[in-house]
Every structure is written in structure tokens, then in C-alpha cells.
Design a protein around this ligand. Sequence first.
Ligand SMILES: [Zn+2]
Length: 118
Amino acid sequence: MLLITCPWCGPRDDNEFHYGGEAHIARPLKASELSDAEWAEYLFLKQNAKGPFTERWSHSAGCRRWFNVVRNTATDEIIEVYPMGELPKSAEGIKAYETNWRRESAAQKNAKAGASDK
Ligand SMILES: [Zn+2]
């Protein structure tokens, strides 16, 4: 059993939650400009980290709200819970975010390029 602390409801058993995959994946803003290989990278390639990893979770059997979690995938330790739209604040969370290979993925670069156009 994994005890997850929902930011709104408090600690609950993990069977109340739905795993939403890796957090902080930027959706391409100019999807039509991605090659097939770059699009496939965005859709299908995921990081499979051993250790601290940024994830999205939903309290699906409770308040149904989404939030981010830094979880050690080797030990299941929950290092940090933080709101959607924010970045991790713990040292392990910051490192997991900054060393994620997606920071340099084609989709990430494309999203940054679109954001700077505004
Ligand atoms: Zn909740």
C-alpha cells in the first residue's frame, strides 16, 4: 500500500488515486511542424526513471482533482506533493525535473519556441 497525501483531502490509500503518468511534459504548440519521428517521441517515449520522478496523480475516488508528486520509483517514497502548474521545491524533485531528458526533447523545444512567439 502506498499512502498518498491529497493536497485537499489529506492522506489516503493509493487505491483512491489514478496515476496520470509523467508530469511536466510540454505539449507541442506547433504540432504541424513536428516530423513524424518528433511526434512519435512526444506520444510514445517516456522516461523510466529509477529514483525520484515527477508524476501526475488524480484523487479519482475523492475530490477528483489533479496534482503533482515526486516519488522515488525504487522505494515508493513520496518525496513531495505540489499543485498542478507549479514546479517541485525539494532538492530531489528539482533534480528529477532538471535532469529529465525531455527538457531537451523536440516537443519541449517546439513548445518553448511557440511560447516565445507570444
Ligand atoms: Zn482529494
